[in-house]
Design a protein around this ligand. Structure first.
Ligand SMILES: Cc1cc2nc3c(=O)[nH]c(=O)nc-3n(C[C@H](O)[C@H](O)[C@H](O)COP(=O)(O)OP(=O)(O)OC[C@H]3O[C@@H](n4cnc5c(N)ncnc54)[C@H](O)[C@@H]3O)c2cc1C
Length: 418
C-alpha cells in the first residue's frame, strides 16, 4: 500500500499511438529494428536539445548525421523535399521508439519545425532546392530573429529595417532574445522593408547568414546572461548587413504570411511529446526521494500525485490533439490546440520546478556536481522553467487566442500579436 501510487517502474508512458493500424505497426517494427542496430550505446539517457556546455555535443551532432543519412531527419517534410512524409501518428511512434531505446531523437530544431515548413509553403522552387537540403544536412542551423526590445508579443510593431540595393537587402536594427545564437549559421529575421507601411504589411521574411559574426561583419551577437548563469541567448545587432534578395522567402513586403506559418508550427510542435520529458524528470525525482526514504511522507506523496496527474493529463491531451491531426483536421479552433498545450506544459514545468526544489530541501541548494559555478539538475530546471510561459508566445497571449478562436469571444482591440 505504502508506495502504490509511485512504485511504477521508472519508464515514461509510451505507446501513445499503439493502436494506429497495420501500416503504422509496420513502420514501428521497421524503425525499431533500425534503431536496435544503429543506436549509439554511449548516448543512452543523454538529453537533446544540446546546451552550449554539453560534453556530448560532438557525439550528438554525429548521431544527428547518422539519422540524416538514413532519412530519419525532417521526417514530416514531403519526400520530394528530402523528408519522409510521415504522419503525426508515425512521428509519435518514432518518438516512442527513441524513448524506449533511451536514445535522444536529434532533430534540426527550429529549422526543421518552423523555417523548413515556411520555405516549403512559401519558397520558390530554387529556394527550396537550395535551403531545404542544407537544413537536413545540418549545414544551416537557424536562430530566430523576431523579437525586438520594444516588440515581442506585438510582433507587427517591429522596427528593424531593410532596403533594396541592387540584388541585395541591406539590414539595420536590433533583435533580442536570440536563442541558440552560439551554434547558428543562419537566422530567420523579420524586417520592415516598406518604411511607409505599418503593422502587418511591409514586412519581409529573410534568411540571414550569420556564421562569422562579430564587430564589423554587419551582424553581431552580444550574449545575455540568464538566471541559470548560462548565456543561451543574445542580443543581435545588424549594421548594414547585406543579404541576397534570393534569401527573401515569399515576396518582398509580404513576409507576414510566412510568419503566420512559422508561428503556427512554433506553438504546435510540442503538443504530443512534452509529457515524455516531464515523466522522465518525475521518475528521477521519485528515485532520489526513494533513496532518501522520503516516499512514505504524505506531503511528499500528495505533491508527487499532483505532478503525475498533470503528466497524465498532458499525455491524454496530446493524444486528443494527435487524433485530430491524424484525421487531417485543423486543430486551431479545438479545445485541444497548440495554445492550450503550451499553457499546460509551461505552467506545469514552473510548478514542478518549485515542487522538486521544495521536496529535495537543503540538498537542492548545492550543485551536486564538482564543476564550480554549475547548477545542480533541480536548480537548473527550476530556474529555466521560469521562462516557459514567456517564449514562443506568452501564456496571456495564448489565453487571448483561446478566448477568440475557441470560445468565440470578441477580439481584443489590438494588432495581431504572437
Ligand atoms: C527563454 C526565451 C527565449 C526566447 N527566444 C527567442 C528567440 O530565439 N527569438 C525571438 O525572436 N524571440 C525569443 N524570445 C522572445 C519571446 O518570444 C518574447 O519574450 C515574447 O514573445 C514576449 O514578448 P516581450 O518579452 O516583448 O513581452 P511583452 O510583449 O512586452 O509582454 C509583457 C507582458 O504583457 C503581456 N501582454 C502583452 N500583450 C498582451 C495582450 N495583447 N494581452 C494580454 N497580455 C499581453 C505579456 O503576456 C507579458 O506578460 C525568447 C524569450 C525567452 C524568455
Amino acid at each position: 500500500m505504502q508506495n502504490r501510487v509511485i512504485s511504477r517502474p521508472p519508464v515514461p508512458p509510451t505507446e501513445v499511438a499503439v493502436n494506429a493500424g497495420p501500416e503504422v505497426a509496420r513502420f514501428r517494427q521497421e524503425f525499431r529494428e533500425w534503431l536496435k542496430q544503429h543506436a549509439p550505446a554511449d548516448l543512452r539517457g543523454v538529453a537533446w536539445p544540446v546546451s552550449e556546455h554539453s560534453p556530448h555535443r560532438q557525439r550528438l551532432l554525429e548521431w544527428g548525421n547518422v539519422l540524416a543519412e538514413a532519412g530519419y531527419m525532417c521526417v514530416a517534410w514531403p519526400t520530394e523535399y528530402g523528408g519522409r512524409g510521415l504522419s503525426p501518428t508515425e512521428i509519435a511512434v518514432m518518438n516512442e521508439e527513441f524513448d524506449s531505446a533511451n536514445v535522444p531523437r536529434v532533430t534540426r530544431g527550429r529549422a526543421e519545425t518552423t523555417v523548413g515548413p515556411a520555405i516549403i509553403a512559401h519558397g520558390s522552387p530554387e529556394q527550396k532546392a537550395y535551403f531545404l537540403p542544407r537544413i537536413i544536412s545540418g549545414e544551416h542551423v537557424y536562430s530566430q530573429g523576431f523579437s525586438e526590445p520594444n516588440s515581442g508579443s506585438d510582433l507587427a510593431s517591429l522596427r528593424t529595417s531593410g532596403f533594396v540595393e541592387g540584388d541585395e537587402l541591406v539590414i539595420n536594427g536590433q533583435k533580442v532574445w536570440t536563442s541558440g545564437y552560439y551554434e547558428a549559421t543562419m537566422m530567420f529575421v523579420l524586417v520592415r522593408t516598406d518604411p511607409d507601411s505599418s503593422r502587418h504589411s511591409g514586412i519581409s521574411y529573410v534568411l540571414v547568414p550569420v556564421k562569422d559574426n562579430g564587430p564589423g561583419t554587419g551582424v553581431e551577437f552580444r550574449p545575455i546572461r540568464q538566471l541559470t548563469g548560462k548565456s543561451g541567448f543574445a542580443e543581435t545587432f545588424f549594421e548594414d548587413a547585406r543579404v541576397p534578395l534570393f534569401n527573401v522567402i515569399g515576396q518582398l513586403n509580404d513576409g507576414w504570411r510566412v510568419t503566420v506559418t512559422t508561428l503556427g508550427h512554433e506553438r504546435g510542435n510540442r503538443a504530443t511529446t512534452a509529457h515524455v520529458g516531464y515523466a522522465r524528470d518525475f521518475w528521477a525525482l521519485v528515485e532520489q526521494l526513494r533513496s532518501r526514504g522520503d516516499l512514505s511522507n504524505p506531503v511528499v506523496r500528495e505533491k508527487l500525485a499532483w505532478a503525475w496527474t498533470q503528466i497524465e493529463t498532458m499525455r491524454f491531451s496530446g493524444l486528443q490533439l494527435l487524433a485530430t491531426l491524424a484525421a487531417g483536421q485543423d486543430a486551431s479552433s479545438r479545445a485541444e490546440n497548440g495554445s492550450s498545450t503550451k499553457i499546460r506544459w509551461s505552467e506545469y514545468a514552473r510548478r514542478f520546478g518549485e515542487i522538486a526544489l521544495d521536496l529535495i530541501g537543503p540538498d537542492g541548494l548545492t550543485s551536486g556536481n564538482s564543476n564550480p559555478g554549475r547548477l545542480g539538475h533541480w536548480q537548473e530546471s527550476f530556474l529555466s522553467s521560469r521562462s516557459g510561459t514567456i517564449w514562443g508566445g506568452t501564456a496571456e497571449v495564448q489565453r487571448n487566442i483561446i478566448a477568440e478562436r475557441v470560445l468565440g469571444m470578441p477580439k481584443e482591440n489590438r494588432g495581431q500579436g504572437r
